[in-house]
Design a protein around this ligand. Structure first.
Ligand code: PLP
Length: 386
């Protein structure tokens, strides 16, 4: 197997799906795959054995669900739709969620005539994550979701809008536990509670880390049951990460180990790149877990300068910031050695790029100790995008 490559573990995906399915069975909620996180459609038939369907960020993802996940519910949300996409969206989607009353006024009747369920994304103005504004749709100045004031202004000018809405959608979490969901739901009820009785469903969005070991599923289920009992609402959840959490690896090879730098640390150049193959490492930022190695803080050079087996891993691109992280290994690294980054199924394959002409990693699917090549990329994949 030529590095770099992603290796997606079908069994681990299935373990995650089993946990999610249990939540559906316990509560009657419906769970959808957020495709933007994990679009490995070779496994969509497996996903649809467990979940109710998928959600899309736009027409292309909605098409992918329609083509590859037969019989599944197809949901779509976009901050703003393009007029020329509407006919096809109406043909292939079951639910459409609008971001604003204005979008609803523009396209709502058309979607209604086509028989779609119609939702409005609300902004409960309840931040539960600190210091992570790029992942917080409730941050000040957010363009995502309709605030109560704007909602009420709109329906007072145009009362018919309210009758177009079948459900509310909120998405405010990122890698969070159900205590933050409960806080958010309290805010939703507090602000929008008087409208909930007119709805058929409510969509809790994504960001629920349901398949993480310390996730409080019981509290999640209480939140779902509360909406069912108090307002007779069908509840939808649309996690991405929870489906593919800890279910994939990125394998890479050491190309070069440099002499010690002024901190006494060696740079290692890999055949994978943070900028091209795991951009969240730089965007979020975070340091990905690595097999047989311990993550160190990049800023703590001085602390480690007298230790051996500490390496700074980086990519072969032009970007000086193309650094994956600082790691302590249990052995001295060798050139040509293979390294394995973990938890690489989520927000990775969907975000790769070919900056610097970097080859895209191949994708393998592992099932019962058999690694099957699912996608292979070459020069043409680089060239055709330029
Ligand atoms: C990103 C997103 C999701 C999925 O989020 P995860 O953090 O991957 O669970 C679901 N719904 C919406 C609207 C999103 O933007």
């Amino acid at each position: 197997m030529r590095t770099p490559y992603f290796l997606i573990d079908k069994e681990r995906i299935e373990n995650n799906l089993t946990i999610l399915r249990r939540v559906m069975d316990d509560t009657g909620c419906k769970i959808l795959l957020a495709q933007k996180c994990f679009s490995c459609y070779g496994l969509y038939p497996l996903v649809s054995n467990y979940l109710a369907g998928a959600t899309a960020s736009g027409l292309f993802e909605a098409r992918l669900c329609r083509e590859e996940m037969q019989g599944a519910e197809n949901h779509i949300f976009s901050p703003a739709y393009r007029e020329e996409d509407m006919d096809e969206i109406c043909k292939i989607c079951d639910h459409i969620v609008f971001n604003s009353p204005r979008q609803l006024a523009l396209f709502g009747q058309r979607a209604r005539r086509a028989g779609l369920q119609i939702g409005l994304r609300i902004n409960p103005e309840c931040s539960t994550q600190e210091g992570h504004a790029i992942y917080d749709p409730c941050a000040a100045g957010s363009r995502l979701g309709t605030r109560l004031k704007d909602f009420e202004d709109s329906i007072s000018h145009n009362p018919q809008l309210l009758s177009l809405i079948d459900g509310f959608h909120f998405h405010t979490l990122c890698e969070q536990n159900s205590d933050d969901l409960k806080t958010t739901l309290d805010a939703v009820v507090d602000k929008f509670g008087k409208y909930l009785g007119m709805m058929k469903w409510i969509n809790f969005g994504g960001g629920h880390h349901i398949t993480r070991d310390d996730y409080d599923i019981e509290l999640l289920e209480r939140c779902i049951v509360r909406m069912r009992e108090d307002y007779s609402l069908q509840v939808y959840l649309e996690p991405g990460e929870a489906i593919a959490l800890n279910a994939g690896e990125l394998h890479a090879t050491i190309l070069e180990i440099q002499p010690m730098d002024e901190y006494g640390i060696r740079n290692v150049i890999l055949d994978t790149s943070a900028a091209c193959h795991m951009p969240d490492v730089i965007e979020m930022p975070y340091t990905p877990p690595l097999q047989n190695a311990e993550i160190l803080s990049l800023n703590d050079y001085e602390k480690h300068s007298d230790e051996s087996n500490i390496y700074r891993l980086g990519g072969p691109t032009c970007l000086s910031g193309d650094v994956i992280g600082l790691y302590r290994f249990d052995h001295q690294l060798q050139e040509n050695e293979e390294l394995v980054f973990e938890d690489m199924a989520i927000y990775s394959m969907v975000k790769t790029n070919t900056f610097n002409g970097m080859p895209l990693p191949d994708i393998y699917i592992k099932s019962s100790n058999n690694n099957e090549l699912w996608k292979s990329f070459d020069y043409e994949d680089f060239k055709c995008r330029l």
